[in-house]
Design a protein around this ligand. Structure first.
Ligand code: SAH
Length: 354
């Protein structure tokens, strides 16, 4: 059975459903406000609806697509990680990252991940299922509620950098972007939404052609096909050269600059030759590099680059005029890298995967 999420209904669809229930259509607006303005997931809090209408909603739809099962804050208070249970018992996670003037939510787009990058926890258990647009957007809605109630703050940015490969769940992700950005729903500026992909060429082109309008981040991690293939087995399907052509097309079509994510792994992609390759790849292209020190994951033998090697790598990029930032992995103490919390949840006490 395909689950019906109340959040998935347009105003028109809501009106049609209400007519079927012999309810006045103006209730659609009230329900919409409860969902999208007040972020309410409990029909009993929709106090201006009759008890019978609340009951009908409850029996026809999933109103709370996710339930929080765990929340953890890093010691520096910059990062909060949320673990959610979905209607079918599956788990996904989101991360809230606090920076001056910014509250960024990192959302998951799939349960598990088909990409299986060597350094990432999300792909360890393989791909489980796609998230629906409602399940994606409700991660933002639920955190928004909490942030507002507890800290009187609002989310400013959304990044698709949690579990999953967003461009392998194209339709739901694009629909969730509509929910996030359409003023009738959440009304975020698309300039504050970033989609991160390992490089699914045909869907980078589609994103540009469909005028989706969000920022693009490419998980590059290596600037040579041979090295990239070693850490991203999926990269065999999508040669770097083709990814870069698609990225250039995206830039031409949208005018947006691209961010390149690059996890620094000791002895794998962090030497000066690698920095040279990266500069050669980006020469003549707009965009910036986000260097990410690897966040250790149990059972993975890769190692974070030394501070000295990271410094030398950055210095080389600086000298070559490549704009870069180094994201010292926030929330290391709460396992805030992609998929880590969900992975830990499925492991035994001794840390061995079950
Ligand atoms: N599939 C998409 C979205 C997942 S986000 C993509 O590949 O872009 C992937 C990002 O998660 C990586 O670019 C990296 O920034 C981060 N990440 C994953 N595992 C990590 C780890 N062990 N340490 C640090 N960052 C990690």
């Amino acid at each position: 059975m395909n689950p019906s999420f109340l959040h998935a209904l347009s105003m028109e669809e809501m009106k049609v459903w209400l007519q079927g229930q012999k309810e006045p259509v103006f209730r659609a607006k009230q329900i919409f406000e409860w969902l999208w303005k007040h972020g309410v997931f409990d029909v009993d809090k929709m106090t201006n609806l009759s008890l019978s209408l609340r009951e009908a909603l409850r029996s026809s739809f999933i109103i709370q697509p996710l339930t929080k099962v765990h929340q953890e804050e890093s010691t520096d208070k910059e990062t909060t990680k949320f673990l959610w249970q979905l209607y079918d018992g599956k788990m996904v996670e989101s991360v809230l990252i606090r920076a001056p003037g910014r509250r960024t939510v990192c959302v998951s787009s799939q349960v598990g991940c088909p990409v299986r990058c060597a350094f990432c926890a999300s792909g360890k258990g393989g791909f489980v299922r796609d998230l629906s647009a409602s399940e994606i957007v409700c991660q933002v809605l639920a955190i928004q509620q909490e942030l507002q109630a507890v800290e009187d703050e609002r989310i400013t940015n959304v990044v698709y950098m949690g579990m999953g490969e967003p461009l392998r769940n194209y339709d739901a992700v694009v629909e969730s972007i509509r929910f996030l950005s359409d003023p009738a729903y959440l009304g975020f500026s698309k300039r504050r939404i970033t989609l991160s992909t390992v490089g699914i060429v045909e869907n980078i082109l589609r994103l540009a052609n469909d005028g989706v309008g969000v920022n693009l981040a490419i998980s590059l991690h290596a600037s040579r096909q041979e090295i990239r293939q070693k850490i991203i087995p999926y990269a065999r399907q999508y040669p770097l050269e083709e990814i870069m052509k698609a990225v250039d097309y995206f830039h031409e079509a949208t005018g947006r600059d691209i961010t390149y994510e690059y996890i620094l792994l000791a002895g794998v992609n962090d030497r000066i030759e690698d920095a040279k390759d990266l500069c050669a790849l980006l020469r003549g292209r707009q965009g910036s590099v986000n260097l990410i020190p690897y966040n250790a994951i149990p059972g993975i033998t890769l190692q974070r680059s030394t501070t000295r090697d990271i410094g030398a790598f950055r210095e080389y990029l600086d000298r070559m005029g490549i704009v870069n930032t180094c994201r010292y992995t926030k929330g290391t103490d709460i396992a805030a890298a992609c998929g880590q919390l969900a992975l830990r949840e499925s492991m035994g006490e001794d840390g061995g995967a079950v």
